[in-house]
Design a protein around this ligand. Sequence first.
Ligand SMILES: Cc1cc2nc3c(=O)[nH]c(=O)nc-3n(C[C@H](O)[C@H](O)[C@H](O)COP(=O)(O)OP(=O)(O)OC[C@H]3O[C@@H](n4cnc5c(N)ncnc54)[C@H](O)[C@@H]3O)c2cc1C
Length: 324
Amino acid sequence: MPEIHHTDLLVVGAGPAGYTAAIYAARASLKPILVTGMQPGGQLTITTDVENYPGFATPVQGPWLMEQMRAQAEHVGTRLIYDLIVQADLKKGPGPDGYFRLVGDSGDEFRARTVVIATGAQARWLGLESEKRLQRGGVSACATCDGFFYRGKTVAVIGGGNTAVEEALYLTHHADKVHLIHRRDSLRAERILQERLFSNPKIEVHWNKAVEEVLGSGEPEVVCGIALKDTQTGAPSKLDVDGVFVAIGHTPNTGPFLHEVACDSDGYILTESGGTETSVKGVFAAGDIQDRIFRQAVTAAGTGCMAALEAERYLSGIPAMTKT
Ligand SMILES: Cc1cc2nc3c(=O)[nH]c(=O)nc-3n(C[C@H](O)[C@H](O)[C@H](O)COP(=O)(O)OP(=O)(O)OC[C@H]3O[C@@H](n4cnc5c(N)ncnc54)[C@H](O)[C@@H]3O)c2cc1C
């Protein structure tokens, strides 16, 4: 039987942004409900070593870190519900009863006085079985997160847009050699980035090449190379690399919120500069769903905190961003 849940603050998403928003909201006695979606713990559950989240002297495992956040959120009073929001009625504002209405895949209805959308973004992958298999063994979608592990090594970056070029340039601070693999004969990246790329002696661009397979070896299996195919001639080739960075963009998980709050042309939710308010009063967005620049666990957690504090102020009738 579908249920109706009432709350002062509904958090949608169980990544660093959602859990942090829930922790702050629970400690402010807002009795938050957090709906987890299909990936409880969020993106960090598909990685291994996390070395840049403050508070740990040595690397921690992504899934473990997210378990700690979940436990902390529950410990302070968050109610977790394993459901997926499939419908949200936000743009007309709350109903006459003061509640926004959202619906879960289970049929449950969520009535919330404020909503924090923290649904994250998914890195786009090539779609290869070998790429998925080696995600814990040297295939990454985040140079800032994992580049450090490739000091003195050889890596490949796949893509031809701004993200790929930025990732390749960033990786030259760590790796000895960076191969940029692009399936066309020109890059989409901005000219200034291209100039920096072409003048960097550590970077070699491989034009008209598509990745056929990520190659692994050893036990546990780690990346040892990539199999390529020339997109013009079909000729196969192989490169020995220690890591592969897929940089073909991200897709924000805007889903049911796309036409309910203002979004940019790629579907990222627009928030007030310096805050987390969306175009709808009482609805806030935190984490990667509103951040196409930094995309880090700590920045997601930071904006989760901001969203809960702003929601609390909204419920108390204090205008957002007012200095107290
Ligand atoms: C392979 C990899 C390695 C990374 N390594 C690091 C690292 O070392 N350090 C670092 O700081 N960052 C790292 N990152 C980036 C970091 O994981 C993200 O910046 C961070 O997880 C974003 O947090 P978030 O809470 O915004 O969203 P996410 O972590 O993406 O979580 C989104 C949540 O929303 C839920 N959701 C989505 N749609 C719905 C819906 N309709 N209804 C309900 N719930 C929904 C999902 O189930 C999920 O729980 C890495 C990312 C990847 C992919």
